[in-house]
Write a protein that binds this ligand. Sequence first.
Ligand SMILES: C[S@@+](CC[C@H](N)C(=O)[O-])C[C@H]1O[C@@H](n2cnc3c(N)ncnc32)[C@H](O)[C@@H]1O
Length: 433
Amino acid sequence: MEAGTAPRVKDAPAPGPAPALVARAAALALLDGALAKRGGLDEALSAGRYLALSPLDRGFARALVMATLRRLGPIDRALDDKLKKEPPAPARNLMRLGLAQAYYLDTPAFAAVDTTVALTPAPLRGLMNAVLRGILRGPPPSEDPETLAPAWLFARWRAAYGEDGARAIAASIALEPATDLTLRDAPEQTLVDALEADLLPGGSLRTRKRGDVATWPGYDSGAWWVQDAAAALPARLLRVSARETALDLCAAPGGKSLQLAAAGAVVTALDKSAGRVRRIEAGLKRTTLSAEIIVADAAAWPDARLFDAVLLDAPCSATGTFRRHPDVLWNARPSDIASLAALQSALLASAAKRVKPGGRLVYSVCSLEAEEGEGQIQDFMAAQPDFVLDPIRPEEAGSPAVSLAREGWLRILPHHMRGGLDGFFVARFRRAG
Ligand SMILES: C[S@@+](CC[C@H](N)C(=O)[O-])C[C@H]1O[C@@H](n2cnc3c(N)ncnc32)[C@H](O)[C@@H]1O
């Protein structure tokens, strides 16, 4: 023991934040993680420190961070109007959480301020108190959709989809999404009812249930998996039949491989990430479906087999997934879009080599950016005369009619279905026989 340190009484509570603050301290760790790097929120949500919280504290911390990320634009505007210069590093995220509690979680302003000040390092407490009280004395920030997105992304969406399109996309940022499920077998009304769900046109379920999905009916027997209604379309549009061979080239965490296997195809699920492949394995085990699993770089996989159907759900900027992952908006950089587009083009060339003559190829990305969708396909068609676009039919597989482009591919925007869905681009090709 160091000289002068009092011995700790055995079993005394460990020093640390008082219980009411634990959840807010956890929210700060989540927000720090979410804004530090791409994928940081998911990483922080699976950290031991977060998982060790009580369900109540975990729920509050998650709700607070999601509310903060969904309104980060308006919150930062309010802060920027008030702050004369950028505050020292730990302060901005605490300020964001304090304002989000008062504006969006119905926490009384005094409680939002007091708990935030209590978490603030001592030298910054005066500043925190003055800034939060000052802002909360005024009206809440504008909810104009344009303020909800980073300015550079809004400008891209405006250029691609027009003013109304961009505003409708951005308005979806603030909305909490429903949970969609894909069924392994044909829908049974008793299960649909038990899941408090509506059956969507393509066969996905949209549930009104909340909370831990592992406690919902049918989870243990693997009767369904969580998958956004838009994310379920690419595998359905591949139209595999029983015993056809299907290659899913960027397969993890595996929702689309499960769909292909459930349709009776002989599936090869490949992904570069050994860690993410474990999630495909867990999904297969729970649903008692089967697939061959390969950990490899899709662009360099030396296997020479050809497949009846190939799915390339390529790595992308994921800007279409902001309803569930609002952090993607704030971590995306214009330079990422260019480098991801180059990767997608290499992966598409590799995918094309693995399609049997007469076979099908579906390309999809959960991105709203044209370079990753339309631009990619135009380059592909110019480079691969062997492949012709196989136009998607109106409302095929439950796709929203409004998402079908004149050319025959899907450009799904988050407001294209009542209650929302992820933004996706999907195109289907056939290789000459
Ligand atoms: C959009 S996610 C796929 C989601 C998946 N299709 C699903 O429905 O669950 C993209 C995946 O591509 C994988 N990936 C990235 N680069 C790759 C490469 N060069 N070869 C194979 N997989 C790659 C990532 O590990 C990631 O799992």
